[in-house]
Ligand binder design. Sequence first.
Ligand SMILES: NC(=O)C1=CN([C@@H]2O[C@H](COP(=O)(O)OP(=O)(O)OC[C@H]3O[C@@H](n4cnc5c(N)ncnc54)[C@H](OP(=O)(O)O)[C@@H]3O)[C@@H](O)[C@H]2O)C=CC1
Ligand SMILES: CC(=O)N[C@@H](CCC(=O)OP(=O)(O)O)C(=O)O
Length: 352
Amino acid sequence: MRDSDKIAVGIIGASGYGGVQLVRLLLDHPKVEIVYLGGDSSAGKPYSELYPHLGHCFNLTIEPIDLDKVTSRCQVVFLGLPNGLACEIAPTLIEKGCKVLDLSADYRFSNLETYSAWYKKERSDRATAAMAVYGLPELYRDEIRQAQLIGCPGCYPTASLLALAPLLKQGLIVPETAIIDAKSGTSGGGRQAKTNLLLAEADNSLGAYGVTKHRHTPEIEQICSELAGHEIRVQFTPHLIPMVRGILSTVYATMRDPGLVREDLITIYTALYRSSPFIKVLPTGVYPQTKWACGTNLCYIGIEVDPRTDRVIVLSAIDNLIKGQSGQAIQCLNLMMGWQETLGLPQLSFYP
Ligand SMILES: NC(=O)C1=CN([C@@H]2O[C@H](COP(=O)(O)OP(=O)(O)OC[C@H]3O[C@@H](n4cnc5c(N)ncnc54)[C@H](OP(=O)(O)O)[C@@H]3O)[C@@H](O)[C@H]2O)C=CC1
Ligand SMILES: CC(=O)N[C@@H](CCC(=O)OP(=O)(O)O)C(=O)O
């Protein structure tokens, strides 16, 4: 028997890392009930076979993706699929009245030509895409409240944009000087067999990838340009670091006003994020570590100014699978449903 006080939620792409984080968080969420899990190669398997550690509290079986079934059972659907699949599914879900939260890149772009150029996929769902809202609550809270379709940001864009947004909103930096140096744990690559994610490749090593070419660059630039009110280019370099979870993003930019000191910037950041319960602006001289955010929906931000170079340095740390993915999607759902923004979302890390 379903609990009628709870809304019925489905997860398509339930077998992946995003899927299992959603399951973990939603099982503890007081206002939702998971009623459907969908998958491809995992269809037909009990969830406890894929994830035995959840066997004691969760006994659904993954089903083949059947949109009639999904829409007849679910009020809300999370899509945790590889890029390029959500745009084939979301139009039907939206038409049938479901609220949809997509974890992939398909609904993050206001300009579909940019999406097609970077993701090598032509789009035929323009009307649906036009409804989508970028799911970064700290920047688009009011729009998310009204939305039926959310394009949840990527993990690097989440960490980078939260670090950059106050500088751009207030016009504090010289355009084109922003450099983002970001490091991600291997879970950012999903639960697939990829050579670069093997322990023997990733452990005891640190390297950049996608230099000048990573597909999160246009996503970050789109939102930066919106915030600044004019076109912005950034230099974004991601790195794979031998840990499982977490992103540390270090942002450098030249300040317009060399007279500003770090305390001024901490005051500005604190004021701009005063209504954002998941952003923790750190005091003078404290810089974030990924471990502090691990297992939480928090983003820690540390700020420094170098008077020798007139550069501001902003460091942000998140859990890529939570604030960078599943937790942020639930934060958006809370807003869409008119619930408290923090409902069901952890704020205490696994530390150490
Ligand atoms: N990992 C991260 O840190 C972040 C990931 N994202 C994005 O979230 C999305 C999910 O990522 P993640 O959970 O890491 O990915 P995983 O690789 O761990 O899981 C992918 C899921 O997609 C399903 N799937 C794959 N191919 C198909 C298909 N042809 N038809 C239907 N289902 C399919 C798989 O199902 P099955 O096993 O049944 O085949 C699996 O459940 C991606 O778009 C990713 O880019 C966004 C932010 C952060
Ligand atoms: C470590 C690692 O491999 N990270 C992934 C980022 C995952 C993500 O957020 O990407 P989407 O935009 O596809 O959702 C990458 O760089 O491709």
